[in-house]
Design a protein around this ligand. Sequence first.
Ligand SMILES: NC(=O)c1ccc[n+]([C@@H]2O[C@H](COP(=O)([O-])OP(=O)(O)OC[C@H]3O[C@@H](n4cnc5c(N)ncnc54)[C@H](OP(=O)(O)O)[C@@H]3O)[C@@H](O)[C@H]2O)c1
Length: 336
Amino acid sequence: MSLPAVAVVGATGAVGSRVVRILEERAFPLRELRLLATERSAGARVPFRGETLVVEPTAPEGFRGVDLCFLAVPGSATSRTLAPQARAAGAVVIDKGSAFRMEPEVPLVVPEVNPASVRGHQGLLATPNCSTIQLVVALQPILRAGGGLRRVLVATYQAASGAGQGGADELAAGSRDAAHPPRVFPRPLAFNVIPHIDAFDLAGGFTQEELKLRRESRKILGLPDLRLSATAVRVPVFVGHCEAVYVETERHLTHAEARAALAAAPGVKLVDEPAAAAYPTALDAAGRDDVLVGRLRPDPDEENGLHFWVAADNLRKGAATNGVQIAELLVGEGLL
Ligand SMILES: NC(=O)c1ccc[n+]([C@@H]2O[C@H](COP(=O)([O-])OP(=O)(O)OC[C@H]3O[C@@H](n4cnc5c(N)ncnc54)[C@H](OP(=O)(O)O)[C@@H]3O)[C@@H](O)[C@H]2O)c1
């Protein structure tokens, strides 16, 4: 195939604008880039490879001739409308949202973890939730070195931009004016910590964000019965999700073995020199593509228990970079 024509839908959003930037940074091979959003931002101008591209309103005709389409739009209903339009025009779709992630025929891909899942795709692939991606990148080496996972417990500390540009704007407004009414978040986020992301599943008491972490990790790791549960928390940070992870492995791992496994893992950067106050923070993670891991330590009571801390840029590795890496895999394997 000649170089693909690429469309980014949601190109003015928190994730879509990063997709455009990352396509340029990684010199993704393409012959044409089309930027689509709503009427609200039609006409916006975006620099790309020394040129200025103009954002167009999204319409079915806009997908004509497109080979690869990144969907970075909020709301499952929008993805469910636009993905078939792009597919009908012949494009392979990489969706950033949650509409299709758990459908059995849709590969849910983290290239460092399950790259082979792209094979046999049927024109639609999904990139996982931001908090899931950084978790599985860090879990995979522990899973392999430890001969399996008995149990995983996670507490997340998630940035405002995880709720899109509107979330980041609301945090900025609330930081300037404590009376600013919350609309994106259920409570004021500035100077606060909120244990509530996405809707509650009232029967079980978990939120959808917590259930996504469980379901998506199971699918990506190929462990349908993995015992994994989470508490997802929004914190007043603009970019960068952090996670406190507790894992029990099947086989006892020494601290040195766990450290070596993480240090050698693709996509992981170990930042773990506590004596020098070197550990990952949200600010360290923002703007980069590695998943940062630190604070690695054995549990004092459970022989096979390990604790660690993970930080990653939710907009880059948590969404845009992961999507572009999936596209690179498709190109590399001749699957576009
Ligand atoms: N933020 C994260 O950390 C993160 C991480 C992983 C996955 N995701 C997923 O990525 C997707 C995008 O999220 P985001 O955070 O980038 O949201 P966002 O900042 O609110 O941006 C939304 C983008 O979608 C466009 N849009 C909205 N409705 C549309 C429609 N009907 N047709 C075409 N374009 C439309 C908007 O265009 P206008 O500018 O014209 O309004 C804007 O460009 C969501 O599915 C989200 O769940 C987000």
